[in-house]
Design a protein around this ligand. Structure first.
Ligand SMILES: [Zn+2]
Length: 149
């Protein structure tokens, strides 16, 4: 037997409600299972943010730099692919642009960039594709900019 929390009369140990005053004998957490669950989740989130907060940020930074370094070191075969397109279009820009209108010259350099983009997608799955594409297409655009001056 235990005592009712509210009227202090003796009631059954397992009673969830007092038979005398009908007050709920369960504790707050049992009465609010849903809220308790939410509180536990919030607590876990707060604790994990406090605990490994700085560490996890550092880990993120590390994995970012790792990704970047792997992107900066494309294979020689990949570089060769871009180099070939670059060389081809630089040669064409230099020989054709003086004879072309500015917009036509722009189209030609865009064609070269598009070739590089195509190459990027065809050589998919290799590290550093996008950054390498950006670098080589940027180089090609630089040549174009010099040619139209
Ligand atoms: Zn009671």
């Amino acid at each position: 037997m235990k005592k009712c929390k509210s009227c202090q009369k003796e009631i059954d140990d397992k009673a969830k409600k007092c038979p005398h005053c009908h007050s709920d004998q369960r504790n707050w957490f049992l009465k609010h299972k849903f809220l308790t669950g939410i509180l536990i989740i919030i607590l876990i989130v707060v604790i994990s943010n406090m605990g490994g907060g700085k560490e996890s940020i550092n880990q993120n930074k590390q994995s970012n730099t790792q990704e970047q370094t792997s992107e900066e070191t494309p294979t020689a075969a990949i570089i060769k692919g871009y180099q070939e397109i670059y060389d081809e279009y630089v040669a064409r820009l230099k020989s054709e642009c003086p004879k072309l209108a500015m917009t036509e010259c722009a189209e030609l350099s865009n064609e070269g960039v598009a070739e590089m983009a195509k190459y990027m997608y065809s050589a998919k799955g290799t590290d550093g594709q996008y950054q390498t594409y950006e670098k080589w297409s940027g180089k090609l655009m630089d040549v174009y900019m010099q040619e139209v001056k």
